[in-house]
Design a protein around this ligand. Structure first.
Ligand SMILES: Cc1cc2nc3c(=O)[nH]c(=O)nc-3n(C[C@H](O)[C@H](O)[C@H](O)COP(=O)(O)O)c2cc1C
Length: 147
């Protein structure tokens, strides 16, 4: 039986500070909520956060990715949500992650710099391919640090 076609979506947004949470606990809460929901909806991906911008890659069956994106877009923890693109894909890039991700720290600066962002992420310069490549590189780096 043919499996459901896979899609990959990339968006970016701006973090909106909460009244109670600091940014690290906000990110932790987002990731744990995402992992729980994405497991159920067969969505995988990677969330990057540099203290100002979020950039997220979502992959899975199109309907599930779009339903997840629709929920995310309404979230008050960020603003200016801008979908860059959604494209079909042969396979998942983040199959190990119901939602991987982390807060940028100085150690990842070379990886961001190699993708054109020596400083903060400039959302106007962020393409779909750059976002996916950056997420793959950060994910690989994270796996290396953990091993
Ligand atoms: C930057 C950001 C990324 C998010 N990523 C996801 C995600 O990948 N999957 C998900 O289900 N919710 C994600 N959320 C949370 C959703 O916006 C929403 O709060 C959540 O899906 C609602 O889940 P609930 O109905 O279980 O409370 C994200 C929120 C933010 C601010």
């Amino acid at each position: 039986m043919p499996s459901t076609p896979l899609y990959r979506l990339v968006y970016s947004s701006i973090y909106r500070a909460g009244r109670v949470d600091n940014e690290l606990s906000a990110l932790r809460a987002i990731l744990s909520q995402s992992r729980k929901n994405n497991q159920t909806s067969d969505v995988t991906g990677y969330l990057m956060f540099d203290g100002d911008s979020f950039v997220q890659v979502l992959e899975g069956p199109r309907e599930n990715v779009e339903a997840t994106m629709a929920r995310i877009a309404k979230d008050e923890r960020h603003r200016d949500v801008s979908v860059i693109a959604i494209h079909p894909t042969e396979s998942r890039a983040f199959h190990n992650w119901t939602m991987g991700g982390y807060r940028r720290s100085a150690e990842q600066d070379p990886i961001f710099a190699a993708h054109g962002f020596p400083g903060k992420i400039d959302r106007s310069q962020l393409s779909f391919d750059t976002a996916v490549s950056l997420a793959r590189a950060l994910c690989a780096d994270q796996a290396k640090q953990a091993s």
